[in-house]
Design a protein around this ligand. Structure first.
Ligand SMILES: *[C@@H]1O[C@H](CO)[C@@H](O)[C@H](O)[C@H]1NC(C)=O
Ligand SMILES: *[C@@H]1O[C@H](CO)[C@@H](O)[C@H](O)[C@H]1NC(C)=O
Ligand SMILES: *[C@@H]1O[C@H](CO)[C@@H](O)[C@H](O)[C@H]1NC(C)=O
Ligand SMILES: *[C@@H]1O[C@H](CO)[C@@H](O)[C@H](O)[C@H]1NC(C)=O
Ligand SMILES: *[C@@H]1O[C@H](CO)[C@@H](O)[C@H](O)[C@H]1NC(C)=O
Ligand SMILES: *[C@@H]1O[C@H](CO)[C@@H](O)[C@H](O)[C@H]1NC(C)=O
Ligand SMILES: *[C@@H]1O[C@H](CO)[C@@H](O)[C@H](O)[C@H]1NC(C)=O
Ligand SMILES: [Zn+2]
Length: 642
C-alpha cells in the first residue's frame, strides 16, 4: 500500500510541477510579446519561445552535410570607423530528419545582408531553385542563434540549402576569426587567424556549432596578393582576381573530411615554411612548419620539423590506423589563447610551444615542444577522427592526448626518459588541486554543461592531468596491449570495448573505473607494516576541511597496488577493495615495503614510522634499488605527511 501512496503523491507533484512550468512559460512568452509591443513579435507560439530562448542545445531536426564558405578578411582598417572586418558568404546543405518549420543555426556577433531586401538568409530545396517562404527571421543573442521561422514545414528526408552573406569584426580578441599583430624589421605586420574551439565557429559563419554535427567544409579565402592562405585542406586553386579595380588572391582548398566545426582553421599571413615529405606505402604526406620569416630563417622551426614525422609514425602504429589526411601543417602564432589547438591538418601553437632555438632555448623548452606536438598530433586520431558527442566527456579526449603525448615524445626522443616526467608534470601537479574540497569529478552530467562558459570550464587541469593519470593507471592494470586493443578493435567506442573486460581483474573495467571518474579526489593508502594493515582514506590537503558533496562511492576506491618488499618487486597487483584490510604479506619482518611502483596508481602512500625509517636507510645506502620515479614520490609524500 505504501508504494501506491508514494506513486500517487509523486504523480500529483509532477502534475503540479508541469502546470507551474507551463504557466511560467506562457507568462514569460506574454511578457516577451508585450515587451516587443506588437503581436508580430518573432515568436508566434510558446513552443517556439521555449526552443529559441530557453534551450542552448540544438534540437537535431536538421543535420548538416556540407558547407561552402568564402571568407574575405581585410588586413587594413576601414577608413570610416577604424574597424578591421571580414565579410563572407556561406551555403550550408542540410537534411531534415524531423518535420519542422523552425531552423536554428548558431550565429554570434555577425551581421547579415538581407537577401532581396527581405530576410537575413534564403532557404531553398536542394537541387532546385524553389525558395521557401519565411514568416520571420531574427537573431537571438542570448542563445546565439539565427532563427528562421518558415511558413511551411521542411519535409523529412529532404535536403535544403541555406545561403547567407555576413560581416564580422576581425578583432584582436583571440576568438573566432581574429587578428594577431607583430613587428618584423621595424614593420607592423598582421596575421588573420582563427580559434574556433570550443564555440567560436559561430562567430565566423553561421553553423550548427556542436561537436556531433560533423560536415564537410569547402573553404575559399580571399586575401592580399603576396600573402599565403591556409586551412584544414591543402591549397588547390590559387588565382589572382580583381574586385572593384583592386587585385586580390583567391585560394580554394581541398574539401575537408567530415568533421566538427570546432576543428576548422583559416589563416592569412605573410609567413614562410620549411617542409619535408613522408612517404607511406599508400600516401605521400606533406609536413610543413610555418612561422614568421625571421624565425624560419633562424632555424627555429627545424626541431618541430624533425620530430613531427617520427611522432606521426608512432601514432599510426599505436592506433593501427593510417594518418587520416594528406598534409600536416603546424603554425606558430604571436597571439594565441591556448598553448596549442589541434585543428585537423592545421595545428596552431603559441610561438614558444612550437619554435625552438638551439642557441637560446632551454632543454625544458625542447622537451615541452616535443610533448605538446605529440599531444596535438595524438588528437588527429583521437578527438578529430573520433569525436566525443558532447563536452561533458572532455576529460577522455584531453586526458587521453595528455597521456599518449609522453609515449609519442618518447618515441621521437628515446634517450630522454620522457615517460617518467608524466609523474611530475601531470600527476603531482593535479594532486595539488584534486586534494581540495573544491575539486570536481572527471565526468559531468551532459545536461549540466550547456552554456558556452560551462563548456570552456571543462578544459581544466582535472580533465587534462587527472584524465592522463587515470588512463595511465588503466593502461597499467589492463597491460598496454589490452589497452591498445580497446582502441584499435573498436576505436569508435573506446572504453566501451574494454568496459566488460575483466581478464585477471577483480571486477569489470567499468566498476573499477567508476570511482575514479565519477567522484572527485583521490585516496591516500596507509600501510602499517608492523601488522600488515592497509587502509584507504580520501586525501585532503587541509585535514580539517569538510567535504559537502556526496559521492555514490562514499569516497572509496578500488585501488591497484604494485609493490616492492625488501628490493623484490612483487609480480602481481594487489587490490585494496575495502576501507581497511589486513594483508599479512605487507608485514615488514625487517624489510622495507614500498607501494605504488612508478606511481602508476593515482594515489598517495603513507607508512608507519618504522617503514619510513627503513626506506630512508635504503636511500642512504643504495638509493638505486628504489625506482627513480618512486624516489621522487617518497620526497613528495614525505613533505606532505610530516
Ligand atoms: C559547393 O562546393 C562544391 C565544391 O566546390 C561544389 O561542387 C558544389 O556545387 C557547391 N555547392 C553549392 C550549393 O554551391
Ligand atoms: C598573383 O600576384 C602575385 C603578386 O602580384 C604574384 O606573385 C603571383 O605569382 C600571382 N599568382 C598567380 C597565380 O598568378
Ligand atoms: C617542399 O615543398 C616544395 C614545394 O611544394 C617541394 O617542391 C619540395 O619538394 C618539398 N620538399 C620536401 C623535402 O618535401
Ligand atoms: C634536425 O635534424 C637534423 C638532421 O638529423 C640535425 O642535423 C639537426 O641538428 C636537427 N635540428 C634540431 C634543432 O634538433
Ligand atoms: C568476468 O566477466 C565474465 C563475463 O563477462 C563474468 O561472467 C564474470 O562474472 C566476471 N568476473 C568478475 C569477477 O567480475
Ligand atoms: C568541519 O566540520 C566540523 C564539525 O562540524 C567543524 O568543527 C569544522 O570547523 C569544520 N571545518 C571547516 C574548515 O569548516
Ligand atoms: C618503472 O619505470 C622505470 C623507468 O623509470 C622502468 O625502467 C621500470 O621497468 C618500471 N618498473 C616497473 C615495475 O614497471
Ligand atoms: Zn588537447
Amino acid at each position: 500500500m505504501g508504494k501506491t501512496c508514494r506513486v500517487s503523491t509523486l504523480c500529483v507533484l509532477c502534475v503540479i510541477l508541469a502546470l507551474v512550468s507551463i504557466a511560467t512559460i506562457v507568462t514569460l512568452w506574454t511578457l516577451a510579446l508585450t515587451d516587443h509591443g506588437d503581436v508580430t513579435a518573432p515568436w508566434d507560439s510558446p513552443i517556439i519561445f521555449v526552443l529559441v530562448l530557453l534551450s542552448y542545445r540544438l534540437s537535431m531536426d536538421v543535420i548538416p552535410e556540407y558547407y561552402n564558405i568564402t571568407l574575405w578578411p581585410r588586413l587594413s582598417p576601414d577608413p570610416n570607423n577604424g574597424l578591421y572586418i571580414f565579410t563572407g558568404q556561406s551555403t550550408v546543405q542540410f537534411e531534415c530528419v524531423k518535420e519542422t518549420n523552425l531552423i536554428l543555426i548558431h550565429s554570434s556577433q555577425l551581421s547579415y545582408t538581407r537577401q532581396d531586401n527581405k530576410h537575413m538568409a534564403s532557404v531553398t530545396t536542394a537541387g532546385t531553385i524553389k525558395v521557401l517562404i519565411q514568416k520571420s527571421t531574427w537573431l537571438q543573442p542570448e542563445t546565439q542563434y539565427l532563427v528562421i521561422n518558415l511558413k511551411s514545414k521542411l519535409r523529412q528526408g529532404q535536403k535544403y540549402q541555406l545561403y547567407t552573406e555576413f560581416t564580422g569584426e576581425l578583432a584582436d580578441d583571440l576568438s573566432g576569426f581574429y587578428r594577431s599583430e607583430y613587428e618584423e624589421d621595424g614593420l607592423q605586420k598582421m596575421v588573420a587567424t582563427s580559434q574556433m574551439h570550443p564555440t567560436y565557429a559561430r562567430k565566423t559563419f553561421p553553423c550548427f556549432d556542436e561537436p556531433a554535427l560533423k560536415a564537410i567544409f569547402h573553404i575559399t579565402l580571399i586575401h592580399p596578393p603576396g600573402t599565403v592562405a591556409l586551412s584544414n585542406g591543402m591549397e588547390r586553386d590559387i588565382a589572382n582576381i580583381t574586385i572593384d579595380g583592386v587585385s586580390w588572391t583567391k585560394t580554394k582548398f581541398e574539401p575537408t573530411k567530415k568533421m566538427s566545426t570546432y576543428l576548422l582553421a583559416i589563416i592569412v599571413s605573410d609567413y614562410t615554411y620549411i617542409n619535408t615529405t613522408q612517404k607511406d606505402p599508400q600516401v605521400i604526406l606533406c609536413i610543413r612548419i610555418w612561422a614568421r620569416r625571421k624565425a624560419i630563417d633562424l632555424g627555429q622551426g627545424n626541431y618541430a620539423l624533425n620530430v613531427t614525422g617520427p611522432i606521426l609514425d608512432f601514432f599510426q602504429s599505436y592506433y593501427n590506423i593510417a594518418y587520416p589526411l594528406t598534409k600536416s601543417d603546424q603554425i606558430a602564432l604571436p597571439d594565441f589563447y591556448y598553448g596549442a589547438m589541434e585543428n585537423w591538418g592545421l595545428v596552431t601553437y603559441r610561438e614558444t610551444n612550437l619554435l625552438y632555438d638551439p642557441e637560446t632555448s632551454s632543454s625544458r623548452n625542447k622537451e615541452k615542444t616535443a610533448t605538446i606536438i605529440a599531444h596535438e598530433l595524438a588528437h588527429m586520431w583521437f578527438g578529430n577522427l573520433v569525436t566525443l558527442r558532447w563536452w561533458n566527456e572532455v576529460w577522455l579526449n584531453e586526458g587521453f592526448a595528455s597521456y599518449v603525448a609522453y609515449l609519442g615524445a618518447d618515441h621521437a626522443e628515446p634517450t630522454w626518459n620522457v615517460r617518467d616526467l608524466i609523474v611530475l608534470d601531470e600527476i603531482h601537479k593535479v594532486f595539488a588541486v584534486d586534494a581540495l574540497t573544491s575539486s570536481h569529478p572527471l565526468s559531468s552530467n551532459e545536461d549540466s554543461i550547456v552554456l558556452p562558459n560551462q563548456i570552456s570550464e571543462q578544459f581544466d587541469v582535472i580533465s587534462y592531468s587527472k584524465g592522463a593519470a587515470v588512463l595511465r593507471m588503466l593502461s597499467d592494470v589492463l597491460s598496454e596491449p589490452v589497452f591498445i586493443q580497446g582502441l584499435s578493435v573498436c576505436f569508435c567506442i573506446f572504453l566501451l570495448a574494454v568496459k566488460e573486460y575483466n581478464g585477471s581483474l577483480p571486477h569489470s573495467v567499468d566498476r573499477i573505473m567508476s570511482p575514479w571518474v565519477l567522484q572527485m579526489g583521490f585516496p591516500v593508502v596507509t600501510i602499517n607494516t608492523a601488522i600488515g594493515k592497509v587502509s584507504q582514506k580520501h586525501f585532503l590537503l587541509d585535514a580539517d576541511s569538510n567535504v559537502t558533496v556526496k559521492s555514490p562511492y562514499n569516497y572509496e576506491w578500488l585501488i591497484p597496488i604494485r609493490w616492492i618488499r625488501g628490493g623484490t618487486v612483487q609480480k602481481d597487483i594487489w587490490w585494496l577493495m575495502e576501507k581497511e584490510v589486513i594483508n599479512l604479506e605487507m608485514r615488514s619482518d625487517g624489510f622495507w615495503v614500498l607501494a605504488n611502483i612508478n606511481v602508476t596508481g593515482y594515489y598517495r602512500v603513507n607508512y608507519d614510522l618504522g617503514n619510513w625509517e627503513r626506506l630512508f636507510t635504503q636511500l642512504n645506502t643504495n638509493h638505486k634499488v628504489i625506482p627513480v620515479i618512486n624516489r621522487a614520490q617518497l620526497v613528495d609524500d614525505a613533505f606532505i605527511f610530516h
